[in-house]
Design a protein around this ligand. Structure first.
Ligand SMILES: [Zn+2]
Ligand SMILES: [Zn+2]
Length: 253
C-alpha cells in the first residue's frame, strides 16, 4: 500500500503523516502533528471525531442544553429588519409549527424516547438543520460548558455558510472538501474558546489562533472556491476579512 502523503496539522499547520485514525475510518483525512496538538483541539474535535466526521453531524442536545434552548428559542435575541426577533421567528417558522418545534426540542435530546427508538434519526438532513437552528438560540451567551459554547458558535457559522451556499442544505450532500473545511472551522472556534479562557492571553496563543484562521481561509480558496473563501473569512474570521491576499504574501515570504 502506498504511504499516505500526509497533510498539515489542524492545530499548528506543520506538515505531518499523523492522521486522525478514527476520522480516517469515516473516510476523511485530518492530521495532528503531535499528541499536544491533538490535545489542544480535542475539546472541539471530539464532538465530530470518528463516524460523525464525514458527513459532519452535530450531536443531539444534552438534557441541560435542551432546557437552555427552551428558555431562549422565543426570546428576541437577533436583530431582524423589523427590530429584535427570535431564533424561532427567524428560522424555525420556515420548517416547523410551534408545537413541532416544541416537540423537536424535547425529542432531539440524548437519551430521549425518540433517540432510543430511532437512534439513526440524528443524521437526517431535516433533524440536522433543526438541531443547528435550535443551538443557535444559545450562540450569544457563553456558558460554563466548552461543549455547549463550541457547538452553538459552530451552529451559527454553519447556518450562515449554508445561507451563503458554502455548505449544502442537505448535510448528506457534503463533499469531502466541504467536510475538511468544516473541521478547519471547528479548529478555529475551538482555539477561540481555549485562548479566550486562558488566564494569560499570551502572544503565542493569539498568533496560533490567527494562523489557524488563515489556514482555514486558504483551504477554502485552494479546495473549494475563491467565493467560498470570501464567505468563510467574512462569517468565521471577520477580523481577517479582506486581508487574505496581503496575509498570503506575508506568510509565504
Ligand atoms: Zn501540530
Ligand atoms: Zn478525529
Amino acid at each position: 500500500m502506498a504511504e499516505h502523503p500526509g497533510g498539515k496539522c489542524l492545530t499548528c499547520g506543520t506538515q505531518t503523516k499523523n492522521r486522525c485514525a478514527a476520522c480516517g475510518k469515516a473516510g476523511i483525512d485530518l492530521f495532528f502533528c503531535s499528541p499536544e496538538c491533538q490535545k489542544t483541539l480535542w475539546v472541539g474535535h471530539r464532538l465530530f471525531c470518528g463516524r460523525h466526521a464525514f458527513p459532519p453531524l452535530f450531536p443531539l442536545l444534552q438534557p441541560d442544553e435542551s432546557r437552555l434552548v427552551r428558555t431562549k428559542m422565543y426570546a428576541p435575541i437577533l436583530r431582524g429588519d423589523d427590530g429584535p426577533t427570535s431564533i424561532y421567528d427567524e428560522c424555525l417558522v420556515h420548517w416547523y409549527t410551534r408545537p413541532e418545534a416544541e416537540h423537536a426540542v424535547s425529542a432531539l435530546v440524548e437519551g430521549s424516547a425518540y433517540d432510543r427508538e430511532q437512534p439513526g434519526a440524528r443524521g437526517t438532513s431535516h433533524n440536522q438543520r433543526v438541531l443547528i437552528v435550535l443551538r443557535m438560540a444559545l450562540c450569544l451567551q457563553t456558558t460554563e460548558s466548552d461543549r455547549n459554547d463550541i457547538l452553538s458558535a459552530l451552529s451559527e457559522k454553519w447556518y450562515r455558510l449554508l445561507c451563503d451556499g458554502v455548505f449544502p442544505v442537505d448535510v448528506r450532500d457534503t463533499t469531502r472538501e466541504q467536510a475538511i473545511l468544516f473541521h478547519h472551522i471547528v479548529a478555529v472556534v475551538t482555539l477561540m474558546r481555549v485562548n479566550g479562557q486562558s488566564a494569560v492571553r499570551d502572544r503565542e496563543s493569539a498568533m496560533r489562533g490567527f494562523q489557524c484562521q488563515f489556514r482555514m481561509i486558504d483551504y477554502a480558496e485552494q479546495h473549494i472556491s475563491e467565493e467560498a473563501s470570501e464567505k468563510v473569512s467574512a462569517n468565521v474570521a471577520p477580523a481577517m476579512h479582506g486581508f487574505g491576499g496581503i496575509l498570503r504574501k506575508i506568510v509565504n515570504r
